[in-house]
Design a protein around this ligand. Structure first.
Ligand code: DAH
Length: 339
């Protein structure tokens, strides 16, 4: 009798000291496990005289029940304590500053190119992309610029071999497009071009956007009307255009196109050098020789073409002073073009 009472006391004292469920489980096994003390007592029953066995068995079973109850109440307490410790160690402070997630932005050239495509596709233009490596035929000859033509000097060309070169103008795409397609059409051709040229407003690689419209009865009025619409959408609702006579071998007549200065509204400022106008692109009526070179009958069809530098448009629109800003990858510059 004393032994069993002592065992209960001993088990309770040890269980009280157990601080984790693991430690408590070990104590429990020491008494109630397969090799535990209570099990050993039950096994010792076979050494007793038969008449004592029922009473002994009853007593040991009662002890086992008491121990089981005791352990389960300790188990509950330990689990609660452990949960509390876990919760307080994992507390979330909702007032802490959040982790910064930096968001990317489209490059200003990409943005401007997309905007241009948007404006002109709204007027029915389809996009066509020609190759960056060209030959003399597409880049010059078919554009009415035969070898030794002085206009070839206007564009310092990177030659790869005698035959191949890096295209100096997206105008090469006009020829490739017209070879494949029958007019009428409206084509827009964005892309990279290359020239041996490098200063504050020129870079050896830059982007152009070419436009070509061929149909029956297309006139210079159509050209200016469309450019007016372009300038109003791209720059300011009050923008106007002005055509100045110029020369390009692939257009006749040729013009340079100015847009009224959006910064001063045409009054004259530093940006437009006091003139109120800013040159934005070259254009003209497609030279009949170019149409002939592509198998288009110039007596039936006429057309206009235009070509602009995407960097130049972006510089004017966003007030960017140096063309190198586009390729320096300075995040402080690029970040300003977020929506
Ligand atoms: N290709 C010319 C250049 O790079 C720009 C240009 C002028 C394109 C007149 C045209 C055009 O289509 O009609 O300087």
């Amino acid at each position: 009798m004393d032994d069993t009472e002592k065992m209960v006391e001993e088990a309770t004292a040890e269980a009280e000291r157990a601080e984790s469920s693991r430690a408590l489980y070990e104590v429990k096994m020491k008494f109630l496990g397969r090799t535990g003390k209570v099990t050993a007592l039950l096994k010792s029953m076979k050494d007793l005289a038969a008449e004592h066995r029922p009473a002994f068995g009853k007593r040991v079973n009662a002890v086992r029940e008491r121990l089981e109850e005791m352990f389960s109440s300790f188990e509950q307490r330990v689990k609660e304590r452990e949960l509390e410790a876990k919760l307080s160690s994992e507390q979330i402070d909702v007032t802490m500053p959040a982790k910064r997630r930096s968001k990317g932005a489209l490059h200003p050239i990409t943005r401007t190119r997309m905007e241009l495509i948007d404006i002109f596709s709204g007027m029915g233009f389809e996009v066509f992309e020609g190759p960056e490596i060209e030959n003399e035929h597409y880049n010059f000859t078919a554009l009415n610029t035969p070898p030794d033509h002085p206009a070839r000097d206007m564009q310092d060309t990177f030659y790869i071999t005698d035959e191949f070169l890096l295209r100096t103008q997206t105008s090469a795409g006009q020829i490739r497009f017209m070879e494949k397609r029958e007019p009428p059409f409206k084509m827009l051709s964005p892309g990279r071009v290359f020239r041996s040229d490098d200063d504050a407003t020129h870079s050896p690689m830059f982007y152009q956007m070419e436009g070509l419209v061929v149909d029956r009865g297309v006139t210079m009025c159509d050209l200016q009307g469309m450019l007016d619409e372009f300038a109003r959408t791209m720059f300011a609702s009050t923008s106007k255009t002005r055509l100045r006579p110029s020369y390009f071998p692939f257009t006749e007549p040729s013009v340079e196109v100015d847009v009224s200065c959006a910064a001063c509204g045409g009054a004259g400022c530093a940006l437009c050098k006091g003139t109120g106008w800013i040159e934005v692109l070259g254009a003209g009526m497609v030279n009949r020789r170019v149409l002939e070179n592509c198998g288009v009958d110039p007596d039936e069809f006429t057309g206009f073409a235009f070509g602009m530098g995407i960097e130049r448009i972006a510089m004017l629109k966003y007030g960017i002073g140096h063309i190198r800003s586009f390729t320096e990858n300075d995040v402080r510059f690029l970040e300003q073009f977020k929506d």
